[in-house]
Each structure stands twice: as C-alpha cells, then as structure tokens.
Design a binder for this molecule. Structure first.
Ligand code: FAD
Length: 478
C-alpha cells in the first residue's frame, strides 16, 4: 500500500499498531522507538518484579519488525509538519504521509527537597520501563528494606513484588486510604490489612517533606515528623502523558494530545494513540484503549474500514499482586442507584455494588469472590443483574442472565461475554478460534491474542479450551 506511515514510539500502542498495519498489508511503515530493546509488555513488569516470570516472557513477539522498518534506540526530536517529516536524534529525517504519535507517558517525579528529577539518586527509581525494573531488581539484591512512594495500583504492585522477594516494604501514601481512585475508605482499609499480612506496611495521609540519599541508602522525611530509612525507594506517583513533541509541533494538547473518534489530532495527517492521547475528558493510561485505538487507526489508514471509530469501553481495574484478589469498576462512591455492601475484614473480604436501573453501575470486589467473572461481564455488557443480588455480593453461583465465572462454568457464559478485557476477546471468538482448528491453549492465545495483555484472563481462557476439548460437538462429531 502506498502511503508512508511513521509511528513514534515502540511501546505497547506503537508496536501493536505496526502489527495491525502489517496484518492488513501496509508495507511502508517505520517505527521509531527511543528504548533500546524490542517492544515489551509493560504491564507485565510488575510480574517480572515479583519474580514470577523472566525477561524473555515480557517481550511482545507479535511486533518484531516483520515488514516494518523498526529503529530502536532512536528518538524523534522534532516534527516538521510543513515538510511532512520527523527528525531523529541520530541525524536522520524520515518523511511521512501519515504520522502516528504513540509516545506513551512518563513517571511523575514529585517535587521534593533532595530529589533532582533530572538525576535522581542512585537508590531512587521511578517505575515505568524495563530499564527501571532492572535497576530495582539490582538494588533489591542484598537489600533488606524498601520504600514505595505512592499507594495506587502501580505502587502496590511494586510493593507486593518486593515483599515477595523477601524485603520489608513500606508504602507512603498521601491520601487516608489506598487506591483512592478505584476504592472507598473501607476497601482501602481492608486492603491495607491484607498487605500487612503479606509484609507490606502502609503510612497513610502523610506526605514526604524531604529526601536524603547516599550510595548506601535513603531516608525519607514525612509531614508528621517521622523519618523512614530504606535501602531503596521506588517512586510510583502517577504518570504524565508524553506530549512534548506534539506541543512543540503546535498540535492541540490538553493533558494528552487531543484526538477525535478517528484518533486524529488537530492536524488530520497526524494521529495519536495510547497513553499520550486524550480522547474525551482525560487520558486513560491503560492498555485496552491503546490497543483498541491501534486497531481503529490501522483500519482507517489501510482503508479496510473507513467507518472505523474509537468508542471507549468501560474500564475494569485488577490488581496484579499475588495473594490479593481485587477488581474495581466504575465509581462506587458517586452516582444514583441502590447500594449493596458486604464486609468481612478479618478474612480480607469486601464487596460493594452500585446498581442503577437494574444494571451494574460500579463495583469493588476485594478478596476471594467466585462471582468476579460474572460481575465484570455484567458491568461490561450492561446486562440486567440477576434477581438474587446476594449471589454477586457473596460470591455464590450465579444463575439466570448473569453469566458465570468463566473458569468455573464456560458453558453458561454467553458468547458475547468478554473474556480478555485487554484485547476485547469474547468467548465466541475463543470458540470460533477453536472451531477454526486451534486445539491447544497456546494456539488459541496465538489466534485470538486473549491472555497476552495483563494475563488476568489466562485461567478463564484455559477453562474454555478445556471445556471445548471435552464437550465441543464439532470435535465429538469428527
Ligand atoms: C508496571 C506497570 C504495570 C501496568 N499495569 C497495567 C495493567 O495491569 N493494566 C493496564 O491496562 N495498564 C497497565 N499499565 C499501563 C500500560 O503499561 C500503558 O497503558 C501502556 O504501556 C501504554 O502504551 P503506550 O504505547 O501508549 O505507552 P508506552 O508503553 O509507555 O510506550 C511509549 C514508548 O514511546 C517511546 N517514546 C516516547 N517518546 C519518544 C520519541 N520522541 N521518539 C521515540 N520513541 C519515543 C517511549 O520510550 C516508549 O517506549 C502498567 C504500567 C506499568 C509501568
């Protein structure tokens, strides 16, 4: 296909776009990536940090440059929209007919006396990239104590990972409870209790006031007058979309690079996807939207579907931390409807549902709850909740229109139920892949991409494959 497409950024969005373009026969694609290695699954860095997988398992194999001019370790320094070219830091100029910005986001380094954001002390690492993960792992070797600044999703995953490596870990969080963007105060408190049992202590409603660090350790001063000492400090204070290139090129930027339903920026020859893009009120910072956006851009640029448009889907957040089951969706603390809650702090269990017009508007499920799959499906698809709501709250088997936990009962799941949230793969797509000839878990994963994002659905996919291998009438009839 004729037009030259240049993608800036070889992260999860840029690499996926290259693969989507390649799959549709687009042959003039250049991807410029500042990181020195091939694309990898950034989400799985938490799992790598926890020691559950090795480095080779975070590589994104689909995007290894087939038919794509991939330039790694090269950064785009400027965009010349008038000339239709980008300039790279190795002195090259690359012409484009269409440019896609997939520059992602950067970790926020908080303003703190003693912390120079341009050259943080040796034992202080902001957690975002594979290089950061490697550094944390090196520092953790032989270390006894670690501090994590930030009690959001990323901070808690890092804290749990370090605790799993045998370190004493303390999390410092400025809000009175953990993960305030997804949880309420009760859930936050129960989560802190579960973390304590796993070797992670939490210091809440305190802000850091200063940092001293030397090659042997760090000391963090807190707003309540205390100081905390550790061998390393991990910063998990949020991310900021990387919009510098777009801004310098005169594109319209709010918190992210503003895009429309076609992912076009204020210049129709330039698109933006992933963490750097803002469609609607705020950037999402999640992979499912990034991958959905990559698909839409590929459909549009190749002419495969000129009507393709990006439609945001409801977001489900799951914590990837061994020993903690947590799923959160919607805003349980605000909005109309009836509320149901169940709390059993001694067992680390909490459930809160908000139901509006017979539909699930929001939910928090903390601790072992077998209904989690059904709750996610109800939220995702907007189907009516079952008459017996206690089933959802307490985690008993769910009947009626509520669907079922995939691994427990794939037969009861509707075909349209989304199994893999990251790649938006339905049960029907898994079944179709099986009927198309895939016979093993790995073949189904390769054929559908289910399970290749956060990995949270891999048990569910395995459950469906197992169920098909035992019951599929097509197979039985052969
Ligand atoms: C530890 C961790 C766990 C996470 N867990 C989850 C999760 O469970 N679920 C979820 O949905 N999301 C999760 N996320 C967020 C998820 O990783 C991001 O949403 C996703 O990576 C966004 O993809 P992206 O390509 O837009 O950005 P990135 O993956 O950040 O890629 C951007 C790339 O662009 C490159 N770049 C930037 N500027 C330039 C330039 N000028 N020239 C060339 N290259 C450039 C960067 O170096 C980078 O490689 C997690 C993130 C982290 C760090």
């Amino acid at each position: 296909m004729g037009q030259r497409v240049v993608v800036v950024g070889n992260g999860m969005a840029g690499a996926r776009l290259a693969a989507e373009l390649h799959a549709r026969g687009q042959d003039k694609v250049t991807v410029v990536g500042a990181e020195p290695h091939r694309a990898y699954n950034r989400i799985m860095l938490s799992t790598l940090l926890a020691g559950k997988i090795g480095e080779q398992e975070v590589e994104l194999t689909e995007a290894t440059g087939r038919g794509v001019d991939l330039r790694t370790g090269v950064a785009v320094r400027a965009i010349d929209r008038a000339a239709g070219e980008v300039r790279t830091d190795d002195g090259d100029r690359i012409g484009y007919d269409h440019l896609v910005l997939a520059t992602g986001a950067r970790a926020v380094v908080p303003a703190l006396p003693g912390l120079d954001p341009t050259s943080p002390p040796e034992r202080v690492v902001a957690f975002r990239s594979l290089a950061d993960c490697r550094r944390i792992l090196t520092l953790a070797e032989g270390a006894r104590r670690a501090l994590v600044l930030g009690g959001g999703l990323l901070g808690l995953e890092a804290a749990r990972g370090l605790a799993a490596r045998g370190l004493e870990v303390a999390v410092v969080h400025r809000v009175p409870y953990l993960m305030e963007r997804q949880l309420d105060a009760v859930a936050g408190e129960i989560l802190a209790g579960t973390l304590a049992e796993l070797g992670v202590t939490t210091h809440l409603a305190v802000t850091p006031t200063g940092l001293t660090a030397d090659p042997t350790g760090v000391r963090l001063s807190l707003s309540d007058g205390r100081t905390l000492d550790a061998d390393l400090l991990v910063l998990a204070c949020g991310v900021r979309p990387d919009t510098a290139l777009a801004e310098a090129a005169g594109l319209t930027v709010d918190r992210g690079v503003l895009v429309d339903d076609r992912l076009r920026t204020s210049d129709p020859r330039v698109s933006a996807i992933g963490d750097c893009a803002q469609h609607g009120a705020a950037p999402t910072g999640l992979v499912a939207p990034a991958w959905a956006q990559a698909r839409v851009v590929a459909q549009l640029l190749t002419g495969q579907d000129p009507q393709a448009r990006y439609r945001p889907r409801p977001v489900v957040t799951r914590l990837k931390a061994a020993g903690i089951d947590l799923a959160a969706m919607g805003d349980p603390t605000n909005g109309p409807g009836e509320e149901l809650t169940f709390a059993d702090p001694t067992r680390g269990t909490y459930a809160r549902l908000r139901i509006h017009d017979d539909r699930l508007a929001a939910a928090i499920l903390l601790g072992d709850n077998p209904s989690v799959g059904a709750v996610i499906q109800l939220f995702d698809r907007g189907h009516p909740v079952p008459a017996d709501r206690r089933a959802l709250l307490l985690g008993r088997a769910v009947g009626g229109g509520g669907g079922a936990t995939p691994a427990a009962s794939p037969a009861l799941m509707p075909d349209a139920a989304t199994v893999c949230q990251c790649n938006t793969v339905s049960k029907g797509a898994v079944v179709a892949c099986w009927r198309g000839g895939a016979r093993t878990f790995d073949e189904v994963v390769a054929g559908t991409r289910a399970g290749t994002g956060c990995g949270g659905c891999r048990d569910a996919v395995a459950g469906i494959v197992d169920w098909l291998s035992r019951t599929d009438p097509v197979e039985v009839g052969r």
